[in-house]
Design a protein around this ligand. Structure first.
Ligand code: BMP
Length: 259
């Protein structure tokens, strides 16, 4: 018999990491499993998005290394954190740390404002060990964590089935700092980990740089996503609030269904 993975709302008690539990709590309280990908180029635009869409998201995903005024905006991180507290969402820095442990240590030490960061496992467990060590030495092992990039949404990406398997093994081995996975197929992933799925959009199947999209309902119901990561589907919509509401209600309905 085919084993069907329970949707997020029906396996909350199986989540392991305190940050995963916290996120699941926010998802239930706000009735949204939407992660907004704030792919804009200035700090002011990020803060505007927080104000405009903060109520409809459980987490904001950032690429702060793409913000051209980050280094001339000394209060940005503080303001961002204030927005996150006010509207009750977490902050994810999508840095995709990928280097040897020593280098990741230095990079991650600068990201202590982020509840979660993304990590590639191409360098092996050393990258995750580095994160774990920084978390231990700052006493924040229960407060922050990372997500491992397990599968990617882009066409012709180089991730193999063996790579996926090995990444899941690393996630299990370092379960005190790995909160979840960035994945396209959550069906056979451990139920203790959150599966975040990017490459979600209603009104397009691809872009002109090899990105591919599934629709939000399919991402949850067919591919067992727990959280939906949406960027341009919302950012380029004529009415961003209406779009955010639409993605979050489709997503939340799907993770609340029992099958
Ligand atoms: P968009 O919805 O506009 O295509 O944006 C997707 C976001 O998710 C981008 O910020 C991208 O960096 C990220 N992402 C992705 O698209 N595919 C992956 O496999 C992993 C990602 O982090």
């Amino acid at each position: 018999k085919k084993i069907v993975k329970k949707t997020l709302q029906h396996r909350k008690e199986e989540l392991k990491h305190p940050v995963a539990k916290r996120l699941a709590g926010i998802i239930s309280d706000k009735k949204t499993n939407l992660v907004l990908s704030a792919d804009v180029s200035t700090c002011v635009e990020v803060l505007q998005l927080c104000g405009e869409l903060g109520d409809y998201i459980c987490m904001l995903k950032l690429h702060t290394d793409s913000l051209k005024d980050l280094h001339s905006s000394p209060t940005f991180i503080q303001e961002l954190q204030a927005c996150a507290v006010k509207s009750n969402f977490l902050l994810l820095e999508d840095r995709k740390l990928a280097d040897i442990g020593n280098t990741v240590t230095h990079q991650y030490e600068l990201l202590n404002w982020a509840d979660l960061v993304t990590v590639h496992t191409v360098a092996g467990p050393g990258s995750v060990m580095a994160i774990r060590n920084v978390l231990i030495s700052t006493g924040s092992l229960e407060k922050r964590g990372c997500l491992l990039v397990t599968e990617m949404s882009s066409e012709r990406n180089l991730i193999s089935a063996d790579y996926v398997k090995a990444t899941v093994e690393i996630a299990k081995e370092y379960s005190d700092c790995v909160v979840g996975l960035i994945c396209q197929d959550g069906r056979n992933k451990p139920s203790s980990l959150l599966c975040l799925t990017p490459g979600v959009r209603i009104d397009a199947h691809s872009d002109n740089l090899m990105q591919t999209y599934t629709n939000p309902d399919q991402a949850v119901r067919e591919n067992a996503a727990d959280l939906l990561v949406v960027g341009r589907g919302i950012l380029q919509a004529p009415d961003r609030i209406a779009a955010a509401k639409q993605y979050s209600s489709i997503g939340y309905l799907a993770i609340s269904a029992s099958d």
